[in-house]
Design a protein around this ligand. Structure first.
Ligand code: SF4
Length: 590
């Protein structure tokens, strides 16, 4: 049924594990991945749980399509409480780890407690072993991954690991798999570090039980045709996400000099063509016909990427326009296990404000690398920066200049560029995030009249629900068009599970999940007051470029929140009403 209907619960303190069933009811209500992980997090975490204490849990979840031949289905989700924001966190990552995780025979793994000593958790089908990690504690990601594979004695094992940043509880430490694929945002790496888990190795040899195999395979072929017919796909395949750099800059949305200006004089040196010229090999996540990943290699610097966000935030955002320098910075983020987005937006702010100075003729990219090192090993000011944008901003007295919402650093698009983008950042369940709704393309394409805020608001709400369903399925956002659910996905889920899914029931599962995440956040103290842009973005206009002078006024933010909450069936304070929870059949979860 493309589901095994069971989860593996691992107690790190006692180095023991047990297998539990996942109810059919939960599968139907929450679909998988993000949805199921969110339901378990809400049920099992008491309000106020210390994200870095033994009470937090790290949930790894596959979806009903993970491990099948459905296009773009290799991803897995992590769900936990974030040490960066103190609220809900989920991330997903591509590569090949997700497929291997599913092939162990579990739909979900829950890690609980804290290991008494550094440990590697090795899951091979339905057996779990705990290996001494003292020999790899302190090592960077690439070396860790190679060493863990050697230690488990299986070159085909896939490894999820943390680097020194996760060990040192840097609040925006990432989780890494397949060397440079990352579940990067929100500090999942620090959660694993707090549990003294250096790595999780998985090796599965089970077949994924697809119910209606023949019809499923035919539908997979149709899904591929839909993808190949999507006019958006060829450029994604050729250039990957760096394709965004040129248009973003031309339209004045680029973060330049810590989100002061929206347009750099030129991004030719770091645009799609520049990075294509530096690509030595096209790479791909498992089961993906798009293959948008770019292999970069120069001397010791080897990685998949850089992706657009990294280019924007470590590029124009801090006045760097050398692609090789950006690739090298990306490499060190990967090796230390650090989220490039939060690191880039935070370092942009400390460079602008002079908190980190640039002595003499020292090249700026060397200063950036030194700062990453200081953050990773908590040296000097780096120890403060390691606490993340909100705490560092306050402690260093530069709060006004640090772009963050709910403690999460800004992605690589200035939210003043569009009301829809601003609302998407303001209301994202894990803090400032561009991946929960993507109205920007439509705004630039003229989908809505200038004064049609309601159209934008409804779109953000609808797409958040669709994306939650996509991340529960789980498929990559790119092959089917950014954030769009294609009806073929419902067919694929139905044929693989034997359950009846439609686009509408998928969206309903997504909406249920979105509301549950909000319930979690409200329980942790989130209110309407946390859903606004930082003051700078309603007060200081973009300094130059086509959108010069643009702000998102506080009045417009109020209107957007009022309307958004009403669409969602939330109170004026942003709390899901009892009626909404009842309609979504989740009142008993709260
Ligand atoms: S589109 Fe790109 S990121 Fe998405 S699954 Fe395919 S290769 Fe991976």
């Amino acid at each position: 049924m493309a589901r095994y209907g069971k989860l593996l619960r691992i107690d790190l303190h006692s180095a023991s594990w047990m297998v539990e069933p996942i109810s059919k009811r939960d599968e139907r209500k929450f679909l998988g991945g993000k949805g199921l992980g969110t339901a378990y997090l809400v049920r099992e975490l008491a309000a106020g749980t210390d994200p870095l204490g033994p009470g937090n849990k790290m949930i790894l979840a596959a979806g009903p399509l993970t491990g099948t031949s459905a296009p773009g289905s290799s991803r897995f989700e992590i769900v936990t409480k974030s040490p960066l924001t103190g609220i809900y966190l989920d991330c997903n990552s591509g590569g090949h780890f997700g497929q291997e995780l599913k092939a162990t025979g579990f739909d979900m793994v829950i890690l609980e407690g804290v290991s008494p000593a550094p440990v590697i958790v090795s899951i091979r089908n339905d057996s779990v072993t705990f290996l001494d990690a003292s020999g790899v504690w302190g090592k960077n990601i690439y070396e860790t991954e190679n060493e863990v594979r050697r230690m488990v004695g299986d070159p085909e094992a896939r490894v999820l690991s943390i680097g020194p940043a996760g060990e040192n509880l840097v609040k925006f430490a990432s989780l890494s798999n397949d060397y440079s694929r990352n579940a990067a945002r929100g500090g999942g790496g620090a959660v694993l570090g707090s549990k003294k888990v250096k790595a999780i190795a998985v090796r599965g040899t089970r077949d994924i039980p697809v119910v209606n195999l023949r019809a499923f395979q035919e539908t997979v072929e149709r899904a591929k045709q839909i993808i190949f017919n999507n006019p958006w796909v060829p450029d994604q395949r050729r250039y990957g996400t760096p394709r965004a750099a040129g248009p973003v800059n031309e339209n004045g949305l680029m973060p330049v000099d810590n989100f002061r200006s929206g347009k750099a004089s030129s991004v030719e040196a770091i645009n799609a063509n520049a990075f294509e010229a530096l690509t030595f090999k096209r790479l791909s996540c498992g089961e993906c016909p798009v293959a948008c990943s770019k292999g970069y290699r120069k001397n010791e610097v080897r990685l998949e990427g850089p992706e657009y966000e990294t280019i924007a935030l470590f590029g124009p955002n801090m006045g760097l326009f050398d692609p090789e320098c950006i690739a090298e910075i990306n490499y060190w983020c990967n090796q230390y296990g650090i989220d490039t987005i939060t690191a880039g937006s935070l370092i942009g702010a400390v460079l602008e404000t002079g908190v980190v100075g640039i002595p003499g003729n020292t090249p700026k990219h060397e200063i950036v690398k030194d700062t990453l090192h200081a953050i990773t090993f908590r040296q000097g000011t780096g120890d403060i920066l390691a606490e993340g944008p909100r705490i560092a901003g306050r402690e260093l007295g530069i709060e006004y200049f640090v772009p963050e919402i709910k403690g999460m650093g800004f992605p690589g698009y200035d939210p003043r560029c569009s009301h829809g983008t601003a609302l998407a950042y303001m209301t994202a369940d894990r803090g400032a995030c561009h991946l929960r709704a993507w109205p920007l393309g439509r705004e630039l394409g003229g989908t809505w009249e200038e004064d049609d805020l309601d159209g934008r608001i409804m779109f953000v709400k609808e797409q958040q629900d669709e994306k939650a369903a996509q991340e529960s399925t789980i498929v990559c956002q790119f092959p089917y068009g950014i954030g769009l659910l294609d009806p073929v996905l419902a067919e694929l889920i139905s044929l693989s599970t034997g359950e009846e899914w439609t686009l509408d029931t998928m969206k309903e599962a997504g909406e249920r999940t979105w509301n549950l995440a909000r319930v979690f956040n409200v329980r942790e103290g989130i209110t309407r007051g946390d859903d606004y842009l930082p003051g700078k973005f309603s007060q200081d206009g973009i300094e130059s470029g086509p959108l010069k002078g643009k702000v998102i006024s506080r009045g417009d933010q109020d209107y957007m929140l009022d309307t958004y909450y009403a669409y969602r069936g939330w109170t004026a304070d942003g709390i899901p009403t009892g009626e909404t929870l009842k309609r979504l059949e989740i009142e008993e979860e709260t």
